[in-house]
Design a protein around this ligand. Structure first.
Ligand code: DX5
Ligand code: ZN
Length: 215
């Protein structure tokens, strides 16, 4: 069964506890948290004070996606949240192997994220060391964007690399996931779906989560 990680970026920030209660009740597996710094991406979302408040009431494992420069610097703070998965961008980590090691040493699962233009082949020498690869299927920074079609082929190439190397990495996709793209992504080999606006923009988000879980 697919793992579903709804993205809090599309929630009602004036009523976060209401939306997190919904996530707690729902069939969602994880909660995806998008941290932006206005430097690595052209937008700012929320930072640690908000994450700490969310972590206190969320009962699902936290899937933290850092869209920031030098993400390794915050490993201790992400760990302090009790996060399950810490995702760092390939493009933001000149010493990616060391950063992955630091995440593991802190007791978390480590994910590496690729921007849409970054090819899968850059993972050749790190795929054995990561627990997940997060493929951006839109340009990071904003919710509600159009899915980049080329991503389906990229998922297939990543799946091939994983099978060829015997890596245990999961494939997660983020951006433009909806009722039309999700089945095609799952068919291509995706293990974890992130969905922001498709879940929180629904009249009944809990039912929409159920729909994605039952693909
Ligand atoms: C974008 C974020 C996503 C975003 C996805 O930079 O990483 O997690 O919330 O939003 P949707 O699902 O609306 O494309
Ligand atoms: Zn994200």
């Amino acid at each position: 069964m697919i793992t579903l990680s709804p993205s809090l970026l599309a929630a009602d920030f004036a009523n976060l506890s209401k939306d997190i209660d919904m996530i707690n009740r729902s069939e969602a597996d994880w909660l995806h948290l998008d941290v932006m710094d206005g430097v690595f991406v052209p937008n700012i979302s929320f930072g640690f004070p908000v994450l700490e408040a969310v972590a206190k009431i969320c009962q699902k494992p936290l899937d933290v996606h850092l869209m920031i420069v030098d993400p390794g610097k915050f490993t201790g703070q992400v760990k302090a949240l009790g996060a399950y998965m810490m995702n760092v961008h390939y493009e933001a980590c000149p010493h990616l192997h060391r950063t992955i090691q630091q995440i593991h040493d802190a007791g978390m699962k480590a994910g590496v994220t690729l921007n849409p233009h970054t090819p899968v082949c850059v993972l050749d020498d790190i795929i054995q060391d990561v627990d997940m690869v997060l493929l951006m299927t839109v340009n990071p920074g904003f919710g509600g964007q159009k899915f980049i079609e080329h991503s389906i082929d990229k998922v297939r190439r990543l799946k091939e690399l994983i099978l060829k190397t015997g890596s245990h990495a999961l494939i997660e996709v983020d951006g433009g996931v909806n009722g039309e793209t999700a089945p095609r992504l799952v068919e291509a080999g995706v293990d974890v779906l992130v969905a922001g606006s498709y879940v929180f923009g629904a009249e009944n988000p809990e039912a929409r989560i159920k729909e994605l879980k039952n693909l």
